[in-house]
Design a protein around this ligand. Structure first.
Ligand SMILES: *Cc1c(COP(=O)(O)O)cnc(C)c1O
Length: 371
């Protein structure tokens, strides 16, 4: 019990006390029953067989991994046409997002992102003592002018996921260029490409050309989504050599494990799996969205998505919470987001065709029986 003679406990910094822990997508229902998980944007096709095999043959766990992930960076560089010296690896791209904020912002500085942005940006900003600043959205999408209007002389880092999570919205290349052109050269623009591999490469290069050219852009990618390696925790980033150098100085020295490096290497070399995953996703997403759009008279509004999930607004008699609970009774866990200011919305990961048909049918039945 605390009293006058109790020695003082270590005191966390005020900015750390302001952090709410990241809330991950759940995998179980009310009574802990196992549900089909469409709440964390994982790949329904699983993982490349070659990656699984390579993971099984990774270096012995008693040995440290290669601190520079040399082979993996080389392979990523080959696939994307990037000098491996300009690639920094992270324990998931989460590590890189946090390091970017830490390297370029601190107490007194501002870190800017759009409302309904990825919830890690708030944590990354606060972890380094910076002030998170949230720009207004435009009907759940990213508004470049609104973002630029929030830039002040204290802004140090701007985070933008493209496509964005949880909205699925996407800004075409010209808009990203306009955002970049509107920022001071001393503001770091972090373009989070966690879902960039779901874009048609003919439509969007995931800002890699901008990252190669600009001195204030960091593009991040992950193996957690299309590569189906969320459990291995592999992310990478690319940008100006000075930015890559800063992140390399402060990252964990052995931040990508033996199994992660082995699986990641085989996964990048199996682009056929990536293409199959993209084609599956984009076809099933279109099919699912079409079924939801047919429920427009019930107030069901799927937002346009370029990612491996759809954010659905429920603006009629059936609420997002009703559907969230109803889908659990059908064996599915999806993502209801009241904690992110979206009590009216459900984010549903694109699964298999059977799963998406079952979910669409269940939502339609809930709408039709609503009084
Ligand atoms: C899933 C996701 C990531 C990936 O995080 P990892 O740490 O690489 O697993 C990053 N950004 C966004 C927007 C995401 O949705």
């Amino acid at each position: 019990m605390a009293n006058a003679t109790t020695p003082p406990a270590p005191r966390p910094k005020d900015w750390i006390l302001g952090i709410h822990a990241y809330v991950p997508g759940k995998s179980t229902g009310k009574d802990g029953q196992k549900l089909t998980k469409l709440s964390a944007n994982e790949n329904p096709l699983g993982t490349s067989a070659a990656a699984l095999e390579a993971r099984g043959m990774a270096a012995h766990p008693a040995t440290y991994p290669d601190p520079d992930s040399t082979e993996l960076r080389k392979a990523i560089g080959e696939v994307h046409g990037i000098d491996p010296a300009r690639i920094v690896m992270g324990t998931g791209s989460d590590e890189l997002l946090n390091l970017a904020a830490q390297a370029y912002a601190g107490p007194g500085d501002e870190v800017l992102y759009v409302r309904y942005g990825f919830s890690v940006y708030d944590i990354a900003a606060r972890r380094c003592g910076a002030v998170p600043v949230v720009a207004p959205d435009a009907d759940y999408g990213t508004d470049v002018d609104a973002l630029l209007a929030c830039v002040t002389d204290k802004t140090r880092v701007v985070f933008l996921a493209n496509p964005n999570n949880p909205t699925g919205s996407w800004l075409p290349r010209a808009e990203i260029e306009r955002l970049h052109a509107g920022l001071r050269s001393d503001v770091l623009l972090v373009l989070d490409g966690a879902y960039a591999e779901y874009l048609d490469p003919a439509d969007d290069d995931g800002a890699l050309e901008l990252a190669a050219r600009a001195s204030n852009v960091l593009v991040t990618h992950t193996f957690s989504k299309i590569y189906g390696l969320a459990g291995e925790r592999i992310g990478w980033g690319t940008g100006h050599a000075d930015i890559v150098d800063m992140l390399n100085r402060i990252r964990g020295p052995f931040n990508v494990s033996n199994t992660a490096q082995a699986a990641g290497l085989a996964a990048v070399q199996d682009q056929a799996f990536v293409i199959a995953s993209r084609e599956h996703n984009n076809a099933e997403r279109a099919r699912f969205v079409e079924k939801l759009e047919a429920l427009g008279n019930h107030g069901v509004r799927p937002l346009p998505s370029k990612a491996n999930f759809v954010l659905i607004l429920f603006e009629g008699k059936v609420s997002a919470e009703d559907v969230y609970l109803g889908l659990m009774d059908h064996g599915y866990i999806t993502r209801w987001l009241p904690g992110q200011g979206l009590p009216q919305a459900l984010r549903i990961t694109i699964g298999t065709r059977v799963q998406m048909d079952e979910i669409a049918d269940a939502i339609r039945a809930m709408c039709e029986s609503a009084k």
